[in-house]
Design a protein around this ligand. Structure first.
Ligand code: NDP
Ligand code: OXD
Length: 310
């Protein structure tokens, strides 16, 4: 019973150890190791080369995504047919994303960019600082990560609303859904947090129409995927003041090209797609729990819906 592993980080040995700790008889191989490809039943991967899963591993039972998003897998037109794709749902990845969301919401809520600018110019000026109940935060994407972010933002007292594909009911959150619910959601959102997956329906969703539906001077935080955002429209909205600031963890092209206008823009904060990362010591336990379910003839948890794209 072999698991093949592929990541773009250099944590292979940590992952191997954590997987072995959780299941000592599992044979774990790194993507480039030579071995019997027919023995491979499980793949735990991030951005495998197109067509390779199908070409190399004829006895695959499950493909585990190393990330919560599965767009990096569904982009492959030549995936093995009938093999389920399992999303990465693990508490430390979720915790990291919630930390990111709360950090950047608080930063905008407490006007930190303006205060830093004042300090740079030696200006002592008391800015108005309403507390959280008077700040309206809206999250696009009410899945595992969106709902965990709400848990903490709600404890801080923010006025919360959310938008998803299907109807939701979440305590202390005004929920909207579908294209019909989008404009009402945007109209009451001062800090917009995007935690959507990248799918055919969400491609370029963060565009001028969405920005113009927000109150003037709103903030954008996108930790979903770069393909969700129209980067020219973000620049125009920042220029006009429709957006007061943007914090972006994800980009259409990653790494962000060195000449991109975002790098030196005074109203843009860039992080290098590290809002949340699966932690081997925690995530390996979730992967192995799912393998044990499969061994018992049960379906794994968190299977992605390939038709919906997430
Ligand atoms: P989930 O699948 O749990 O949740 C996805 C949410 O998006 C659901 O609420 C879903 O609606 C909603 N959604 C999907 N399509 C649409 C649509 N067309 N219109 C409106 N809402 C839609 O995902 P997670 O919360 O686990 O992860 C979300 C995304 O975060 C990932 O796909 C990934 O892209 C990104 N991510 C980024 C990381 C980073 O480091 N920057 C790290 C981890 C994740 P419904 O509830 O109705 O199904
Ligand atoms: C993810 C990511 O999807 O790392 O988990 O972006």
């Amino acid at each position: 019973m072999t698991l093949i592993f592929k990541s773009d980080s250099d944590h292979w040995q940590d992952w191997q150890q954590s997987l072995k700790d959780a299941m000592p008889d599992l044979d774990c191989r790194n993507w480039d190791d030579t071995g019997d490809d027919d023995a491979v039943e499980y793949a735990l991967v991030w951005k495998p080369p197109l067509g390779e899963l199908r070409r190399r591993f004829r006895n695959l039972k499950v493909i585990f995504s190393l990330g919560a998003g599965v767009d990096h897998l569904l982009v492959d037109p030549d995936l093995p047919s009938g093999v389920p794709i399992v999303r990465m749902v693990e508490p430390e990845l979720t915790r990291g994303m919630t930390e990111y969301v709360v950090l950047h919401v608080l930063r905008y809520h407490r006007l930190v960019p303006a205060l830093e600018d004042q300090q740079k110019h030696h200006v002592w000026n008391v800015l108005p600082t309403p507390t959280a109940p008077k700040r309206r935060v809206g999250i696009m994407g009410l899945g595992v990560i969106g709902q965990d972010s709400f848990r903490v933002l709600s404890a801080l007292g923010f006025a919360l609303s959310g938008w998803s594909r299907t109807a939701k009911s979440i305590p202390d959150v005004t929920c909207y859904h579908g294209r019909d619910g989008l404009s009402a959601f945007l109209a009451e959102t001062e800090i917009l947090v995007c935690l959507l997956p990248y799918t055919a329906e969400t491609d370029n969703i963060l565009n001028r129409d969405v920005f113009s539906g927000l109150p003037q001077g709103a903030y954008l935080i996108n930790a979903g995927r770069g393909g969700l955002q129209d980067e020219d429209d973000i620049l125009v909205a920042l220029e006009s003041g429709q957006l007061a600031g943007a914090t972006l963890d994800v980009f259409r092209e990653e790494p962000l090209p060195v000449e991109h206008a975002f790098w030196d823009h005074p109203k843009v904060t860039i992080t290098p797609h590290n809002a949340g990362t699966a932690q081997h010591w925690s995530a390996a336990k979730e992967v192995i729990a799912n393998i044990r379910r499969i061994q018992k003839g049960q379906a794994p948890l968190h299977i992605a819906d390939s038709a919906a794209g997430y």
